[in-house]
Design a protein around this ligand. Structure first.
Ligand SMILES: [Zn+2]
Length: 278
């Protein structure tokens, strides 16, 4: 996910954005009040248009995978009675501020951002779920619990980080990295229709279960079969953005020198940090 694609200069160029509020069938609408509490889910397919996502030379375009999973997620959620709004529903570029503005224009809403990961190290794998505001942790926990439970990929954990779309949204917001397209195995999964459908169904299960996340701090920690355990998370908000930029620059500069030592977890953490910043 090249961050350069998200600079404000693209904001003006892409002012015309079609926002599609998905209206589900009358039958589904009947059950809306009981199954969704009139919640609006803003589904955000990462990248699009000139922003292909991923890293240079990546064979599977992230923007296509994110859109497909987002559209499948819309269909699953709509069938459960949710009102769904897509920040994009075709191969167009939508600037981050526009995505945030769409999300913030709804009350009683949540924001679910779909991405796939990329890094130069082909062995890197697994699923990550990001959140920023504390109000978003139950949603992140529930989504991560279901997606990692239903996908064969590894669990890279729930992470708290100040990505633009998470920091600027005033509603509970999560960003799911549905595996590494630079990993041959996970890229093969992603290219399978059934796997993308499975991802959509698990993310939707997380949306439905967002209020069932049990807290380890709860005074009545009685687990029921419907309780979703609170996922432990890594707080990655302590690093200042200037330090992150410096780290990226030094990583780039030393990439050639470090070829033989690229296995360190630290270098992997940096390399996988190519996400929507701002
Ligand atoms: Zn991405």
């Amino acid at each position: 996910m090249p961050t350069s694609c998200y600079r404000p200069r693209f904001f003006v160029a892409s002012a015309l954005v079609v926002v599609l509020a998905y209206t589900n069938s009358p039958a589904a609408q009947k059950g809306r009040a009981s199954s969704s509490d009139n919640l609006t889910v803003v589904v955000d397919a990462g990248h699009g248009g000139h922003d292909r996502g991923g890293i240079p030379g990546q064979s599977v375009a992230e923007k296509n995978m994110t859109l497909d999973v987002a559209q499948r997620l819309r269909n699953v959620l709509a069938a459960s009675g949710y009102r769904v709004v897509m920040t994009r529903d075709s191969d167009v570029f939508v600037p981050l501020p526009t995505r945030v503005a769409i999300a913030n224009s709804y009350r009683n809403a949540i924001f679910v951002c779909i991405h796939f990961n990329a890094t130069k190290r082909a062995g890197a794998s697994g699923i990550e779920t990001y959140f920023y505001s504390r109000d978003s942790l139950p949603l992140a926990s529930a989504v991560h619990y279901y997606v990692t439970g239903g996908a064969p990929s590894g669990n890279r954990g729930v992470r708290r980080r100040g990505y633009y779309v998470l920091r600027k949204t005033g509603i509970p917001a999560v960003l799911v990295e549905c595996g590494f397209l630079t990993n041959p195995t996970e890229a093969a999964y992603a290219q399978s229709v059934s796997y993308r459908q499975k991802l959509a169904e698990e993310i939707a299960a997380g949306v439905r279960g967002r209020n069932s996340v049990g807290s380890s701090l709860s005074s009545t920690p009685v687990a029921t079969s419907e309780t979703i355990p609170l996922q432990p998370y890594m707080d990655q908000t302590k690093v200042s953005s200037s330090e992150r930029r410096k780290s990226k620059r030094s990583h780039k500069k030393s990439a050639r020198k470090k070829k033989s030592s690229s296995k360190s977890s630290n270098s992997e953490a940096r390399a996988s940090s190519i996400h929507p910043e701002g």
